[in-house]
Design a protein around this ligand. Structure first.
Ligand code: HEM
Length: 455
């Protein structure tokens, strides 16, 4: 006799038609943190859709590593497909391995040195425009760093600054729209509201620009950038075929959407956390002064920027920019003793797992030293998932970490960012977890060199 699997508990306070929208809007992070008290798997309602939330690191690992059963899908991905087509981040399992093989050479370790060389001038350009006493909008400045950095590495800077601005704005409008549309009842997304119009315009403008840029480069020389690697890639398991024009466009739009806000969010949170923890900021300044002595960082400095690395890691733990993603279940299966029917939607959240008290001691505390190998307090590998895991793990994890490390080191070497009173840093509900506004005062550090700390 087979035992009947226990039902998956539902989180309290669901309201008909809107589900758990109220706690999700009021305080999405507190809502997520509350879920493990109900079980390792907990059902919630996102608008009209039922979603099973993974509250346990081991079950999350099992789901991420079985991407045949737990395929890309669910409300967020369905909406993302409207924009990213069947690109690398959104394509189903059946197409994924071929696309990943073709995109992977662009992230080969031998290329990182060149990418870092292209990123540093972009970082310098942004932070070199600051001056002592200036108040800066930190998310906007960090977005300049990551978007210029991406364009420099993706397109060898072959796009003018005036064309870049609208491209980045379109990417941001799409991310914002994606999240709102995921929570909407389907007919509402067709209404001609200003939000829906902005989303559609942003999408069509971005596609047209990217198609034009890719077409120009198809006939051009190898520039050693990400786009060249994508255009040159050939799949030995598929008669040496490369990515189609449509796949190249989808992949580039995916890179823009997947990398700019995530990277900017990491840096914004890191600067905010440092301002709240002067003792760690002080140690950071000592490290960058000793390693860089006032000059700009390079790729080969990264191993010696140990504390910078730990600050980035701890920031990604406390505030993982991609705070949740969904999967769709392809066949009836079992997980953690429960039956999961085909067609169910699963949600995993790095934020939720990173705040589990049974995994991280004092999870709310910003403690970069928990990552010090000598402290022996590192969590199991699968409990740190800011880049996801398994075959669908972020392809840009190293790229993103290198950029964040170089940018934070360059900023800390030259400037201190002081908090302003009365700032509300609670992140609004959105596809990327970050405060949209954070104003801080720039203070020059005594050892800043003239060449880079320009007035
Ligand atoms: C701090 C920066 C970044 C964070 C936190 C981040 C986070 C993530 C996460 C969590 C996933 C997995 C999503 C899922 O499981 O459904 C992912 C996938 C992906 N990311 Fe990133 N990402 C970052 C930077 C980048 C960069 C720099 C690029 C490219 C230039 C990139 C491109 C992608 C792509 C293409 C995927 C889909 C991979 C696949 O399905 O094979 N990301 N990212």
């Amino acid at each position: 006799m087979t035992m009947k699997a226990p039902a998956i508990p539902t989180a309290p306070k669901s309201i008909p038609l809107i589900g758990h929208l109220v706690p999700l809007i009021r305080d999405p992070l507190a809502f997520l943190r509350s879920l493990p008290t109900h079980g390792d798997l907990v059902q919630i309602r996102l608008g009209t859709s039922k979603v099973i939330v993974l509250c346990d690191p081991e079950l999350t690992r099992q789901v991420l590593h079985d991407d045949r059963t737990f395929d890309k899908g669910g409300p967020l991905i369905d909406r993302a497909r409207e924009v990213l087509g069947n690109g690398l981040a959104t394509c189903p399992h059946s197409e994924h391995r071929r696309q990943r093989r073709l995109a992977q050479p662009a992230f080969h370790p031998t290329r990182f040195h060149g990418y870092a060389n292209a990123m540093v001038p972009c970082i310098d350009e942004v932070i070199g425009s600051w001056w002592d006493g200036r108040t800066v909008d930190v998310p906007a400045e960090m977005l300049k760093i990551t978007s210029r950095g991406l364009m420099a590495t993706l397109l060898s800077g072959a796009i003018s600054a005036s064309a870049l601005g609208p491209l980045v704005d379109d990417g941001a409008a799409i991310i914002k729209g994606l999240y709102r549309r995921m929570l909407m009842l389907p007919p509402l997304d067709r209404l001609p509201t200003s939000g829906n119009r902005a989303y559609k315009h942003a999408h069509s403008r971005l596609s047209q620009t990217v198609e034009r840029l890719a077409a120009e480069r198809r006939t051009g020389a190898d520039e050693g950038d990400l786009l060249s690697a994508l255009l040159a890639a050939r799949d030995p398991e598929n008669n040496g075929q490369g990515l189609s024009d449509a796949e190249i466009t989808d992949t580039i739009i995916t890179f823009i959407i997947a990398s700019t806000e995530t990277g900017a969010a990491t840096l914004t949170w890191a600067l905010h956390l440092l301002a709240q923890h002067p003792e760690i900021e002080h140690r950071l300044h000592a490290e960058v002064d000793s390693v860089l002595a006032g000059r700009l960082p390079t790729y080969s400095d990264i191993p010696r920027l140990e504390l910078v690395g730990r600050i980035i890691t701890e920031t990604l733990r406390l505030y993982p920019p991609g705070w949740f993603f969904t999967r769709t279940v392809n066949t009836d299966t079992r997980l953690g003793g429960h039956s999961i029917p085909a067609g169910a939607t699963m949600l995993y959240s790095a934020y939720l797992i990173h705040h589990r008290e049974n995994v991280y001691a004092n999870p709310a505390k910003f403690d970069p030293d928990r990552w010090d190998p000598e402290r022996n307090t590192q969590p199991p590998r699968h409990a740190f998932i800011p880049f996801g895991g398994g075959a669908r793990k972020c392809i840009g994890d190293t790229f993103g970490t290198i950029e964040a490390t170089l940018a934070l080191a360059a900023i800390a070497s030259r400037w201190r960012l002081a908090p302003l009173p009365g700032q509300n840093v609670r992140p609004p509900l959105g596809g990327v977890l970050w405060p949209r506004q954070l104003r801080m005062r720039v203070e020059a550090r005594p050892n800043a060199t003239e060449s880079t700390a320009r007035q």
